[in-house]
Design a protein around this ligand. Structure first.
Ligand SMILES: Nc1ncnc2c1ncn2[C@@H]1O[C@H](COP(=O)(O)OP(=O)(O)OP(=O)(O)O)[C@@H](O)[C@H]1O
Ligand SMILES: [Mg+2]
Length: 157
């Protein structure tokens, strides 16, 4: 299986909103998404904008302290993990949850996915967020596993 990538520069939060809306439209049956990028890159912002596109009513906040936030008021459930506080060792305590939300009809986002190492072997999309100045962000999407390349192709078109 060949991994495909798609890179998009967003010059403003509104650009990111457009990208998030497009991504949301490509995953009507859910997807597992790993997010990478340094503090303040825009991982939570992207999840918030995808949630907005899926009509989630609640305010999406960073799950840094709770590890997992859930949203059930939109088109499909969203499970939003942040592994930053768990680091490598702590991730073992939530492996079951990660596996539970790895397939099926929900959208799962994992911030600081680098701490999950080999705990996430699932088919997934990986998003690497980088930034150079204030509102400029680069979102690079990569498919990992069966069928995921279709999402990348959807972003390209
Ligand atoms: N083009 C853009 N896309 C996304 N966010 C942007 C953009 N321009 C500015 N921002 C701002 O950058 C900040 C990104 O913060 P955010 O909490 O999403 O980062 P994060 O990657 O989740 O960091 P952390 O690792 O601390 O969880 C937000 O305040 C957001 O409004
Ligand atoms: Mg965050």
């Amino acid at each position: 299986m060949k991994n495909k990538s798609y890179k998009k520069i967003c010059k403003s939060l509104d650009d990111t909103r457009v990208l998030a809306k497009k991504f949301a439209s490509l995953v009507p049956n859910g997807c597992f998404v790993n997010l990478f990028g340094e503090i303040g890159a825009g991982k939570t912002a992207f999840v918030r904008l995808v949630a907005e596109a899926l009509d989630i009513k609640e305010k999406v906040t960073s799950p840094s302290f709770t590890i997992l936030n859930e949203y059930h008021t939109g088109n499909i459930p969203i499970y939003h993990f942040d592994l930053y506080r768990l680091e490598n060792e702590g991730v073992k305590t939530i492996t079951d949850e990660l596996r539970e939300y790895s397939s099926g009809k929900q959208l799962t986002f994992v911030e600081w996915a680098e701490f999950s190492q080999n705990e996430i072997p699932f088919d997934r999309i990986e998003i690497n967020v980088t930034y150079d100045d204030e509102d400029n962000r680069c979102f690079e999407f990569t498919s990992q596993g069966a069928g995921m390349e279709k999402i990348i192709e959807g972003l390209e078109n």
